[in-house]
Design a protein around this ligand. Structure first.
Ligand code: S3P
Length: 168
């Protein structure tokens, strides 16, 4: 099977955007980040969109954005943590789950990074959300990578998989 794009999924702070950037350097594909595209198009931060327009509106932007991105090919697309829960992703995407435990995620996210994420203001609520979502991430994924170690440590596992499968 030849896929159009690689789509990275996983909870907030698991490292999707960083993995996307590193992968794109290695395999010379364009790296796109759904949250960044939305922020640019809306000329507004994710926090402001949540605050002014609400979560439901943000979810509709995510669906439109992933639809538009997956119309093109040969990209590595990083998604927001909720995107695979609320949106459908083109079947012609290779979905990779960046699988990190909640305590690892907590360590990875600085206060500043947490503050950018409206669903991470409350740690207990974020953990409950994490527990609700993990099964869906696993079900959707074509490949799961153990992301509990640093990105340079696990990125070669993703790279080997992608290169061996010759997916793009
Ligand atoms: C969200 C994750 C965020 C961002 C928004 C909502 C979520 O992206 O899309 O704050 O519902 O998990 P990251 O996964 O890049 O933090």
């Amino acid at each position: 099977m030849v896929y159009d794009n690689i789509v990275l999924i996983g909870f907030m702070g698991c490292g999707k955007t960083s993995v996307g950037r590193v992968l794109s350097r290695h395999i010379h594909k364009k790296s796109m980040d759904v949250d960044h595209v939305i922020e640019e198009e809306q000329e507004s931060s994710i926090s402001d969109i949540f605050e002014n327009k609400g979560e439901e509106y943000f979810r509709s932007l995510e669906q439109k954005c992933i639809n538009a991105l997956t119309e093109k090919t040969s990209q590595i697309i990083s998604t927001g943590g909720g995107l695979p829960i609320y949106s459908t992703i083109s079947k012609k995407s290779l979905i990779i789950y960046i699988e990190a435990d909640f305590d690892v995620i907590l360590n990875r996210l600085s206060e500043r990074e947490r503050a950018k994420r409206p669903l991470f203001y409350d740690e207990a609520r974020a953990e409950a959300l994490f527990n609700e979502r993990v099964d869906t991430y696993k079900e959707l994924a074509d490949f799961c990578v153990d992301a509990n170690q640093s990105i340079p440590t696990f990125i070669h596992v993703v790279l080997d998989y992608v290169l061996e499968k010759r997916i793009l």
